[in-house]
Design a protein around this ligand. Structure first.
Ligand code: ADP
Ligand code: MG
Length: 370
């Protein structure tokens, strides 16, 4: 397994890129630690596959370098990078048996037959393919074929990293959950460096210990699910992670308070020197909706209540702004007007989309999302 360094990496599919918008991957400079499980999360078209294919060597970056354990592999083809890659759709040999498909990456590297037997059996057991080992791959369902693809990715124990590009897309939802859990167990057991591409936040947050959030060719934040939830470094991360996403209100700052028209929300002494235009961000989970006025609460109109069973999402209006509040199940929601509390420790400020650091803030401990 290897540590992966991305050194000033950038890629454009155009021969002569002119502006940032011409880059599928904008300048990226990161270290991905050995043995960790990373999820690469972002909407379709944001550059996830581009980045993954640069790491595996399927694509030559137009700028920058890729290092494995400090060694520059930028010029090496995929087969010399010692990487396993699993794609969105099954890549298998239809005419071979399931066993031979799984054995292929090992035999290819002249692994002794006894070891091939052991590894294939181990992987087949993990993926529940034991019963079909003798069958021809051609006759199997799409799910089973994708499991074989996963197995081919997992069968070698000596790879530098395993890259998965939305591998569960064609898998049915029940099996998806099972396979995701399996991959997580495999990671815990073998401590492989894994990079898992997905556009599904639930998948990313449950699989990975580090989530890399991308948008429009840029890596916006790398962090634990809890980091992304509590301290989104960018408004996109706040909006993309969480269900529903973070609320954002345009405001100006004056004397440590966020001003939204006539409304003044005190944030804290450390923001006294801030002036100008910002966005106030707060998660629906951290807003508190009261039935009666209390100090530092703001009168809101209740617009809509959506009962999700284990909680309620309440849409409220504060002056001309709409916010979503997550209210615990069973709590009575006022029919017409409520009083909204903004706990200052959970307020985040953004300028041009980027989080304003406010120094060390004491935060209550909270379970991460999902
Ligand atoms: P994702 O995997 O996040 O959906 P991709 O890395 O596939 O995103 O694509 C990023 C951007 O690069 C998109 O705008 C896409 O249209 C473009 N792109 C991807 N592959 C090619 C290619 N072979 N030639 C030209 N443009 C491409
Ligand atoms: Mg893709």
């Amino acid at each position: 397994m290897a540590r992966i360094d991305l050194n000033n990496l950038a890629h454009s599919y155009l021969a002569k890129p002119k502006s940032d918008a011409d880059y599928a991957l904008r300048k990226t400079d990161h270290v991905w630690e050995d043995g960790r499980a990373y999820a690469l999360l972002g909407p379709s078209g944001c550059g996830k596959t581009t980045l993954l294919n640069i790491i595996s060597g399927l694509l030559q970056p137009s700028e920058g370098k890729v290092l494995f354990d400090g060694k520059d592999v930028s010029a090496l083809p995929p087969q010399e990078r010692n990487i396993a890659q699993v794609f969105q759709f099954p890549v298998i040999y239809d005419t071979m048996s399931v066993f031979d498909n799984l054995a292929f990456p090992l035999r290819n590297r002249k692994i002794p037959p006894a070891e091939v037997q052991t590894r294939v059996k181990e992987v087949a057991e993990m993926l529940e393919l034991v019963d079909v080992l003798d069958k021809r791959a051609a006759n199997l369902s799409a799910d089973a074929k994708q499991k074989i693809s996963l197995g081919r990715g997992l069968v070698r124990s000596d790879v530098a990293a395993i890259l998965f590009d939305e591998p569960l897309t064609v898998i049915d939802p029940h099996l998806k959950l099972m396979l995701r859990r399996k991959l997580k167990q495999i990671h815990a057991r073998f401590k492989l460096t894994m990079v898992y591409v997905t556009h599904d936040q639930l998948e990313a947050l449950t699989f990975a210990d580090q989530v890399v959030v991308m948008n429009e060719g840029r890596v916006l934040q790398i962090g634990t699910p809890q980091d992304l939830f509590e301290n989104p470094q960018h408004t996109f991360v706040g909006y993309f992670i969480g269900s529903p996403g973070m609320n954002f209100l345009p405001c100006t700052m004056q004397n440590g308070s966020a001003c939204l028209g006539e409304i003044r929300i005190p944030i804290g002494k450390e923001t006294e020197q801030l002036q100008g235009n910002f966005e106030l961000g707060i998660r629906p989970e951290f807003l508190v909706l009261h039935n009666n006025p209390l100090p530092e609460t703001y009168k809101v109109t209740v617009k809509e209540i959506e009962d999700l069973g284990n909680c309620q999402i309440v849409r409220v209006q504060l002056a001309e702004h709409t916010l979503k509040v997550k209210v615990p199940e069973g709590q009575e929601v006022p029919a017409e007007y409520g009083f909204l509390e903004f706990p200052p420790e959970w307020i985040r400020l953004y300028a041009d989309g980027n989080l304003i650091e406010r120094g060390v803030q004491k935060q209550p401990q909270l379970e991460p999302v999902q």
